[in-house]
Write a protein that binds this ligand. Structure first.
Ligand code: FAD
Length: 378
C-alpha cells in the first residue's frame, strides 16, 4: 500500500498531464463566469474518467477505486468544480446502478454515463432532509406499471445539466427511511423540472439546483434494487462518494501547498525570502503532514472499498481528515500570501472558497464523526 503499482502510476500521470494542460487553464475564467465546462467534460468522457468503474464492455474504463481517487485528485488540483462533476458522475450516479442495478439497467444507463453522453446526478437532499436524510418527503405512489413521483429536491450537483438522475422517494413518509426507494429517472420525462439554480460561495462552474417532480411516471423497470431498499442504496453510495470528496479535498490542499511554497520562496520581507522565516516553515510542514496523512487514509479507504468492503468508517475518516485538511491548507496558504491572497488575481482566493464546501456536502464533518464514533463505540 505504500507504493503505487505501475498501472496506478500511469493513471496518475495521465490524469496529471491532462488536468494541467486542459483543465487548469480555464479554471479562473469559469470561476468568474460560472459556465459549465462542457468541452472539458466531453474530454473526460473520452479519457474514460466519467465511467472509471464501469466495465469496458459497457463503455467504461473498468478500473478500481484507487485509480479513480488518483485521477480525481489531479483533476481537482486543476479545478475542483470540474472535479465534483466527475465525482458525482462516477460515485453518485454510475456506482449505485453498477452495484444495485439489474443487467438490463446496467446495459441501458451506464454507457451514456461512462461516455459523458448524458450527465448524471444524485437527488437525495430535500429542504427538510439534509443530514437527516431519512426524513424524505418526496412521495412515490405505486400505479399501474410503475410509480408516480411528487416532491422537490435541493442542492443537486449536476442537476441543471443532468440527463439521468438517481432519485430517492418515499413510499410511506411516516416510516421514514424504511419506506425509501431509489429510482433511475430520465430527466426528459414529463413532470421533471429544474427549479432554482443556486448561487454559491465556490465551485462556480459546477451547477447546483433544485429539482421538481410533478406527477412524474417512472416505469417499474427503473426501480433500483428493491422497494423500500432505497435508503441502503443511498448510504452505500455515499460511502464511495465520500472517498471522492476526500480526493477532491486532497487536490485542493496540495495545490494550496504548492502555491504557498512557491510564493514563500519568492516573496521577500525584512531582507530575505519569507520561506526563511521559521513561522512560515512550520505552516508548510503542518500542511504537508496533514495532506500526507489524509492521502494515506483516502488510499486505504479506496483500497478497502475496492475489495468489496463497505468500509463506512474508513470512508468517513478519509473524508473528515481530507476536507478539514483542505480548509486548513487554504487558510494557511492565504495567510502566507498575505494581502495578495485576498485578491481575486491570485488562485488561492478561489481555492479558499472552493475548499469550504468539502466539510459540508456528502455528510458534514459532524455527521462523519457520528459514523466514526458509532463504529468505534458500537
Ligand atoms: C454545493 C452543494 C452541493 C450539493 N450536492 C448534493 C447532491 O448532488 N445531492 C444531494 O442529495 N445533496 C447535495 N448537497 C446537500 C448536502 O449533502 C447537504 O447540504 C448536507 O448533507 C447537509 O445538510 P443540510 O444543508 O440540510 O444541513 P443540516 O442537516 O440542516 O445541518 C446543519 C448543521 O447541523 C449539524 N447537524 C445536523 N444533524 C446533526 C447531528 N445529528 N449531530 C451533530 N450535528 C448535526 C450539521 O453538521 C450542520 O453543521 C449539496 C450541498 C451543497 C451546498
Amino acid at each position: 500500500m505504500f507504493a503505487l503499482s505501475e498501472e496506478h502510476r500511469q493513471i496518475q500521470d495521465l490524469a496529471r498531464e491532462f488536468a494541467r494542460e486542459h483543465v487548469a487553464p480555464g479554471a479562473a475564467a469559469r470561476d468568474k463566469s460560472g459556465a459549465f465546462p462542457a468541452d472539458v467534460v466531453q474530454q473526460l468522457g473520452e479519457l474514460g474518467f466519467l465511467g472509471m468503474f464501469v466495465p469496458q464492455d459497457l463503455g467504461g474504463a473498468g478500473l478500481d477505486v484507487l485509480s479513480y481517487v488518483l485521477a480525481l485528485e489531479e483533476v481537482c488540483y486543476a479545478d475542483a468544480s470540474v472535479g465534483v462533476i466527475m465525482s458525482v458522475q462516477n460515485s453518485l450516479a454510475g456506482w449505485p446502478i453498477l452495484a444495485f442495478g439489474t443487467d438490463e439497467q446496467k446495459a441501458k444507463w451506464l454507457t451514456p454515463l461512462a461516455t459523458g453522453e448524458r450527465i448524471g446526478c444524485y437527488a437525495l437532499t430535500e429542504p427538510m432532509a439534509g443530514s437527516d436524510a431519512g426524513a424524505q418527503q418526496t412521495r412515490a405512489t405505486p400505479v399501474d406499471g410503475g410509480y408516480r413521483l411528487d416532491g422537490a429536491k435541493m442542492w443537486i450537483t449536476n442537476g441543471p445539466q443532468a440527463g439521468i438522475c438517481v432519485t430517492y422517494a418515499n413510499l410511506d413518509v411516516a416510516s421514514r427511511h424504511k419506506g425509501v426507494c431509489a429510482f433511475i429517472v430520465d430527466t426528459t420525462t414529463p413532470g421533471f423540472r429544474v427549479g432554482k439554480i443556486e448561487e454559491k460561495l465556490g465551485l462556480h462552474a459546477s451547477g447546483t439546483c433544485e429539482l421538481v417532480y410533478e406527477n412524474l411516471f417512472v416505469p417499474k423497470e427503473q426501480l433500483l434494487h428493491a422497494e423500500r431498499q432505497g435508503f441502503q442504496v443511498a448510504m452505500a453510495t455515499l460511502d464511495g462518494g465520500r472517498i471522492g470528496i476526500a480526493a477532491q479535498s486532497l487536490g485542493i490542499a496540495q495545490r494550496c501547498l504548492d502555491l504557498a511554497v512557491a510564493y514563500a520562496k519568492e516573496r521577500k520581507a525584512f531582507g530575505k525570502a519569507i520561506a526563511e522565516q521559521q513561522a512560515i516553515q512550520w505552516k508548510i510542514a503542518d500542511m504537508r503532514c496533514r495532506i500526507e496523512a489524509a492521502r494515506l487514509l483516502t488510499w486505504r479507504a479506496a483500497w478497502l472499498k475496492g475489495q468489496g468492503d463497505r468500509a463506512s468508517a474508513e470512508c468517513s475518516m478519509a473524508k473528515l481528515m481530507a476536507s478539514e485538511t483542505a480548509n486548513f491548507c487554504a487558510y494557511e496558504a492565504l495567510q502566507i500570501f498575505g494581502g495578495y491572497g485576498f485578491s481575486k488575481e491570485y488562485e488561492v482566493e478561489r481555492l479558499y472558497r472552493d475548499a469550504r464546501i468539502t466539510t459540508l456536502y456528502e455528510g458534514t464533518s459532524e455527521i462523519q464523526r457520528l459514523v466514526i464514533a458509532r463504529s468505534t463505540i458500537g
